[in-house]
Design a protein around this ligand. Structure first.
Ligand SMILES: [Zn+2]
Length: 111
């Protein structure tokens, strides 16, 4: 048996590659303004609806949790609240890849 190709060794690297591709998507989508900024007015977590995740584009299956963020409607665009669906993993990556909060910087008055 050739241990160089054992699944135990290749899996973490595949996983790292997948996580990297998700991070790259987050950065690209954010640059194009495809991802919401600011604070969501509501966050739901429930069983997957089968609709597509905004980050990876894959459907969120009923066997996995789905994170749904609801945002304040933009009166100039659509009357309903914009919603964004995420896989749990994609949501975590989106959160960890978030740009530094401007509000937090503004609160620092001692400088
Ligand atoms: Zn996803």
């Amino acid at each position: 048996m050739d241990s160089r190709f054992s699944p135990k060794k290749s899996f973490p690297q595949e996983l790292m590659g997948y996580l990297h591709s998700l991070r790259t998507r987050v950065h690209r989508y954010r640059r194009y303004g495809l991802l919401p900024e600011g604070r969501a007015i509501r966050l739901h977590a429930h069983r997957g609806s089968g609709l597509r995740c905004v980050i990876c584009g894959e459907p969120v299956l009923s066997t996995e949790p789905e994170i749904v963020l609801e945002y304040e409607p933009d009166a100039e665009l659509v009357p309903e609240s914009p919603t964004f669906r995420f896989h749990h993993l994609c949501h975590v990556i989106w959160l960890t890849e978030a740009p530094p909060q401007r509000d937090r910087a503004r609160r620092k008055v001692s400088d």
